[in-house]
Design a protein around this ligand. Structure first.
Ligand code: SF4
Length: 579
């Protein structure tokens, strides 16, 4: 719906009631990231802990959602159990278009339900349902049950958590429509602490397309760019797993808890191998004609003789790195099995894989024993890792409960802080060098998608801290407007400033179209201000010693450059928050 204000559903789980409110300010707050930060300012509490029932869980979409290709994501904001600071996570699936067709720009959930519940919302209903019978169920079974129970197949989005979220793990994700997630920084635990097992969003409304004759022409232009040119073909073809062999080739693939940057048996887990042996089909988020989601299969024998069942499992570069190269697992089916187990438990695969990589090295070094690990952890042993993943989600002892709150929290108690592969949170799959390490460690979401530090590392040999920091700041500036749309960041080379302005203009958002650079700066400032207000101090971020020991195609990491860069970026972030 095109309008100059936001339509927001605010639901209080404690009271079991919700109401739709309107909020002025579309021309300054845009949507997505910017709207989420604004709503956190209105509903959130910087001084209360993440699990206080008053804290909100926020979902927000943007002005172009549903109108243009790849405007397919939702921004999810909350105070994170990982660091008790403001956090943002992005997910796709059908979530964004379901919100659009439910006629909502945002959903704000506060309070705590009296019993495990499922919140169902649509354009004509709001209902909190008892879901005690789903509590304890894994993510897949919960999804299956809800798909049977909720009407609107193809129009509804089902967000749910697994046991990890119920137990309060800071690595718990929110699963979105099976193959997408609000993956990082513990959104699943925020739902768990609210007794909220699931959210079903029914996109059951209708709205007319814009009458402006420029709109269909512009849509066609964008559609052609994303489908009929090479700009995005990599994502559909082999997908992001293409990076596995590329990074391995330049010795920049984190392997075995980053003790190595290449893997001698990499062929077993390259994109080509996954495609040839395991790929069943591609899937897409609603509103995306591209389909970057690669779905392979795993099968298990459940009865003699030759009785098998199979499951479909999505894979991408980050997942293959986290439970493949990082754990020394070099068979594509073993990797898919580990992803499958992790997904069912409702754990973020990246965080879980990197945490277990640290635990394995700690086990090998005798820092922890089988008393803590409960299984003899060993790089390459996928069967023991399946057990360990269950322990990580359910937390049967102090060690796993602590590890589920973050690798560095376990390392602080047991030792091994030097080799925790943590850059703000468990690292993403790039060992490209100093700029990426600093970019993820200090970045807003501690994500490889905050800014392309990995790309800067690959294109620049000189070590100029100020130049690198300027790149990170400018790259973030472009991305914050896209995440306020909320665009899939894979389309960042398509949706440049001029095209974004044309798209906004075609829908009648003239003020937004005319003020992109100013608004981007404003959003960048707002987000950092919100983050700092909840306790983030970039000067205090630690980069563990392991990252100084990395050697890749450029040679060993330069500790002095890493230090200078971190200091310069931290100071710049403080300036950005002041504006
Ligand atoms: S490119 Fe992939 S992640 Fe992005 S919107 Fe399309 S299917 Fe979803």
């Amino acid at each position: 719906m095109i309008r100059d204000h936001f339509r927001i559903l605010s639901f209080d789980l404690s009271a079991g009631r919700g109401r739709v409110v309107t909020l002025e300010g579309r021309d300054s707050m845009v949507g997505g990231s910017a709207l989420a930060a604004t709503l956190f300012g209105k509903y959130g509490h910087a001084d209360k802990p993440w699990n206080d029932p008053d804290q909100p869980l926020i979902l927000a979409i943007g002005p172009l959602t549903g109108y243009f290709p790849l405007m397919s994501k939702t921004a999810c904001a909350f105070k994170s159990p990982y660091h008790d600071q403001y956090a943002e996570s992005h997910g796709g699936g059908r979530s964004a278009l379901s919100l659009r067709f439910a006629d909502l720009d945002a959903l704000v959930i506060t309070g705590k339900a009296k019993r495990p519940s499922c919140l169902s919302v649509g354009s004509r209903h709001i209902e909190l349902k008892d879901a005690h019978y789903l509590w304890g169920m894994d993510v897949h079974l919960t999804g299956k049950m809800l798909r049977h129970m909720a009407k609107g197949s193809g129009h509804r989005s089902i967000l749910r958590i697994g046991p990890a979220g119920e137990k309060g793990s800071a690595m718990a994700c929110i699963n979105v429509d099976t193959y997408r997630h609000f993956g990082r920084l513990g959104g699943g635990a925020v739902m768990g602490t609210k007794n909220l097992k699931a959210i079903v969003i029914q996109g059951d409304g209708l709205f007319s397309l814009p009458e402006n004759p420029d709109y269909p022409k512009l849509f066609q232009k964008v559609y052609r760019q994303v489908t009929a040119t090479h700009m995005m073909s990599k994502y559909h073809n082999l997908g992001t797993p293409e990076n596995v062999a590329v990074l391995n080739g330049i010795q920049a693939l984190p392997c075995r808890n980053l003790q190595q940057t290449s893997h001698p048996a990499i062929e077993g887990i390259t994109a080509e191998n996954f495609a040839r042996d395991t790929l069943l089909r591609n899937a897409a988020c609603s509103g995306c004609p591209l389909g970057c989601i690669h779905i392979g299969y795993v099968r298990e024998k459940f009865m003699e003789e030759n009785q098998y069942f199979y499951r479909q499992v999505s894979y991408d570069h980050e997942l293959i790195f986290a439970v493949g190269s990082m754990l020394g697992v070099d068979n594509c089916f073993a990797v898919l099995s580990l992803i499958d187990v992790t997904e069912k438990l409702g754990l973020d695969v990246m965080s879980a894989g990197v945490a277990l990589a640290w635990a394995t090295e700690a086990f090998e070094k005798g820092i922890i024993s089988e008393k803590e690990a409960l299984v003899p952890l060993q790089f390459g042993d996928d069967r023991e890792y399946k057990e360990a993943l269950n322990h990580l989600a359910f937390g049967p002892n102090d060690f796993y409960r602590l590890l589920g709150q973050g690798t560095m929290k376990a390392a602080a108690r047991y030792g091994g802080e030097d080799f925790g592969c943590v850059l703000g949170q468990e690292m993403a799959g790039y060992a490209t060098g100093e700029v990426f390490f600093v970019s993820q460690a200090l970045g807003f979401r501690h994500s490889h998608l905050d800014a392309a530090g990995y790309s800067f590392d690959q294109k620049h040999k000189d070590k100029k801290a100020e130049e690198a920091v300027e790149f990170l700041v400018q790259d973030e500036l472009e991305r914050v407007f896209l995440t306020s749309m909320v665009a899939c960041l894979f389309a960042r080379n398509v949706y440049k400033e001029e095209l974004l302005a044309q798209c906004l203009q075609s829908l009648g958002y003239k003020t937004l179209a005319d003020n992109l650079p100013r608004l981007s700066r404003q959003i960048q400032k707002l987000r950092w201000k919100t983050r700092l207000a909840t306790g983030f101090d970039p000067r205090e971020v630690m980069i563990p010693k392991r990252f100084s020991e990395v050697s890749n195609w450029k040679g060993p990491v330069d500790e002095g450059f890493l230090r200078d860069l971190k200091k310069a970026y931290a100071n710049r972030i403080l300036e950005l928050a002041k504006g």
